[in-house]
Design a protein around this ligand. Structure first.
Ligand SMILES: [Fe+2]
Length: 244
């Protein structure tokens, strides 16, 4: 479980884990000295690398695990590692979209509604339940020095051509319109979203309210606004207007 820091956003890391024949990112956010938020928890949890990451490599064996562990399934597909993390951290609490808790229960997870998590999040970490989806998408926005980091599960994909997997997975990503480049996959568009206008209005409003500096997604690599280029917000708005 190799965790990489997210540029410009201290205390946020991402790390890959195997998800079926593909791969997904998990995201870790240190909320304070005692609390860790894990979004799309991975199945490849490794305590020594987790401790090494949290301590910046300082004697990981001597470190106590975070006292408060909050695990979020950011939609009904990204729940795979929750069982494993709960086995390691018995006091960990799990959360999902409030309208999809029964669905999670059928998958064997006893999750709490997102509202319960909102009561413990610091003010610089925001979380939103997407309206009008079939998959219970949740989006996180982390604020640091007036910049916003967007953390999305399957709303967007960003797999550059240079990172395209070969073989069946690459073929599948192309066929489903999920890659290469910044994309809304056809699977998300047609199966993930139930009420397109409600979802579209919601996400466009968020883009106006919290203009993203950086986007990180479960499938792909980070994307940042760069000076002199089309802004990330414009790229996302153009994509949404063209696809939804
Ligand atoms: Fe996904």
């Amino acid at each position: 479980m190799k965790l990489k820091p997210i540029e410009d956003f201290p205390d946020v890391w991402s790390g890959l884990y195997p998800a079926g024949s593909a791969r997904s990112n998990q995201f870790l956010i240190r909320l304070d000295e005692e609390s860790l938020l894990v979004i799309s928890a991975g199945t490849n949890l490794d305590l020594s690398s987790l401790n090494a990451t949290l301590t910046g490599g300082k004697d990981p064996a001597s470190v106590q695990p975070p006292k408060n562990m909050y695990l979020v399934a950011p939609n009904t597909l990204h729940h795979m590692g929750i069982r494993k993390w709960k086995e390691e951290f018995a006091a960990a609490r799990g959360y999902g979209h409030s309208k999809f808790l029964k669905k999670f229960s059928k998958k064997g997870h006893n999750l709490e509604p997102l509202d319960h998590l909102l009561t413990v999040l610091p003010s610089h970490v925001r979380a939103f339940e997407a309206p009008g989806t079939r998959c219970g998408e949740i989006l996180f926005i982390v604020e640091y020095e007036s910049r916003y980091l967007w953390i999305c599960a399957d709303s967007f994909f960003h797999i550059p051509q240079s990172r395209m997997p070969t073989g069946a997975v690459g073929w599948y990503l192309k066929l489903s319109g999920a890659a290469p480049g910044l994309r809304i996959s056809r699977l998300f568009k047609f199966l993930g979203i139930k009420h397109r206008s409600a979802y579209k209005e919601w996400i466009l409003n968020l883009l106006d309210q919290f203009e993203p500096h950086t986007l990180i997604v479960c499938h792909g690599v980070p994307l940042q606004s760069k000076q002199g280029e089309t802004t990330l917000k414009e790229k996302l708005v153009n994509l949404i207007m063209a696809q939804l």
